[in-house]
Design a protein around this ligand. Structure first.
Ligand code: 6PG
Length: 472
């Protein structure tokens, strides 16, 4: 046995992760259920081939790795992971580490931890972000599990991870499901980021009448400012590309129905379970679902048409407002995502390090950006803050962008342009910052129909209203 680590599952992510590991000087054993894929992979390893042991059977694979073995599983999330663990378990020995690197639901990860307890095997649930390119040249790595297990795999995971100004974007975030939970929130934020970018694209396309190359130029310009991020960069890139068949911008012939594999939805479900609103993420997930209802949307447009255009402003002033609106929306989405993590951290006793999380998202992952460096600094300076919006740096950003967000959202609403995530951001701020809300009325209603009781400003304890009859 000479391999220092193993990778099971040679799909796009697994194959690239294995090459990345080999590229960093480690000897890696690989296995895929379909042997032809393993052969294909071995043939494609090129100059890295001498650090790759391709195995046709799981037995061969386990024998090829030096104990105690770290084994990365990169297969489709869900049942395939359980099947793989079940197949591996009888072959592995005490102290071997199984690392699930897929997009697992953290609740599955928690269950797998419990299932493997007492088996002698160690489990790590590891979130990996960055797509194909990231897996090959440096992803962001979010680790959950026993800290001692992390210590054993830290060198290799640090080596293969992305680097932000030399700092590795890999970290241990907490016990059991912590890593996969953080990855889920990462993906929820990813959805919100993408949705809000799509919303401002919609304003430029449908309100300002701009074509794809002109919109690309705007995103390119923004990529040198506060919005500087991977998602803004690739947005500019894709808007520039022409279709080879029709010669039209490729975005103009791509069907407007978004896919989703479920991680964004999990982020929303967990935020609701925690009682912490993540409205921007929720709006983004819902927007993907509505996008997929193409036939219904078509019928509705036939039935209702589009509202008449009004309140139209044009020119650079609107573009500048869009940039600031996007930044404001981003603050809401990230504030919400981090607030959900804070709540989950308490609920599951993880002690999630917020600044570290922001730090390992600065490079490698899909939401990487300059913005995350500012978040890392904000959480380092004020670690116990209740909400990102209340850190001095982000309060300032909100003040500077608030007017733009309001103008963009109201003009869009007046013109019938859907901006659900940006609109949710305005409502979130407006609700969050208003001391006197309207839930007094909800409490009165609840007490009226269900005698649920309410608190009074002028007296302690639970009270009922003089509603008359039984309730009074
Ligand atoms: C990443 C991505 C990656 C993937 C997800 C989301 O961080 O590298 O989030 O994990 O893109 O599967 O994809 P969907 O949009 O299909 O839900």
């Amino acid at each position: 046995a000479k391999a220092e680590i193993g990778v099971i599952g040679l799909g796009v992510m697994g194959a690239n992760l294995a090459l990345n590991i080999a590229d960093n000087g480690y000897h890696v054993a690989v296995y895929n259920r379909t042997t032809s894929r393993t052969d294909e992979f071995a043939a494609s390893a090129g100059e890295l081939a001498d650090r790759v042991t391709a195995c046709a059977t799981l037995e061969e694979f386990v024998a090829a790795i030096k104990p105690p073995r770290p084994v990365i599983i990169m297969v489709k999330a869900g049942a395939p992971v359980d099947e793989q663990i079940a197949a591996l378990q009888p072959l592995l020995e005490a102290n071997d580490i199984i690392i699930d690197a897929g997009n697992a639901n953290f609740r599955d990860t928690m269950r797998r931890f419990t299932d493997l307890e007492g088996s002698g095997l160690t489990f790590i649930g590891m979130g990996v972000s960055g797509g194909e390119e990231g897996a090959r040249h440096g992803p962001s790595i979010m680790v959950g599990g026993a800290e001692a297990a992390w210590k054993r795999v830290e060198p290799v995971l640090t080596a293969i991870s992305a680097k932000y100004e030399g700092e590795a974007c890999a970290a241990w975030l907490g016990e059991n499901g912590a890593g996969h939970f953080v990855k889920t929130i990462h993906n929820g934020i990813e959805y919100a980021d993408m949705q809000m970018i799509a919303e401002v694209y919609g304003v430029m396309r449908d309100h300002l009448g701009m074509d794809a190359p002109s919109i690309a130029a705007v995103f390119s310009a923004w990529s040198t400012g506060p919005l500087d991020s991977y998602l803004i960069d690739i947005t500019a890139e894709v808007l520039k590309v022409s279709d080879v068949v029709s010669n039209r911008p490729i975005v103009d012939i791509i069907v407007d129905a978004a896919g989703q594999k479920g991680t964004g939805r999990w982020a929303v479900i967990e935020s609701q379970m925690m009682g912490v609103p993540a409205t921007a993420i929720e709006a983004a997930v819902a927007a993907r679902s509505l996008s997929a209802m193409r036939a219904e949307r078509k019928n509705a447009q036939v039935r209702f048409g589009l509202p008449p255009q009004q309140a139209r402003r044009e020119g650079q002033q609107v573009i500048d407002d869009l940039e600031k609106a996007l930044l404001a929306g981003k603050v809401a989405a990230y504030a919400q995502g981090f607030a959900v993590m804070t709540a989950a951290s308490a609920e599951f006793d993880w002690k999630l390090p917020m600044a570290t999380t922001a730090r390992i998202w600065r490079a490698g992952c899909i939401i990487r950006s300059r913005f995350l460096d500012e978040i890392a600094t904000a959480f380092t300076d004020t670690p116990d803050v209740a909400n990102l919006a209340m850190t001095p740096a982000f309060s300032k950003i909100i003040e500077e962008t608030d007017g733009s967000l309001r103008r963009i959202v109201s003009e869009s609403v007046l013109n019938g342009l859907p901006v659900p995530a940006l609109a949710s951001a305005v409502s979130y701020f407006d609700t969050y910052r208003r001391e006197r809300g309207t839930a007094n009325l909800i409490q009165a209603q609840r007490d009226f129909f269900g005698a649920h009781g309410f608190e009074r400003f002028d007296a302690d304890g639970a009270h009922h209203g003089p509603w008359g009859g039984e309730q009074g």
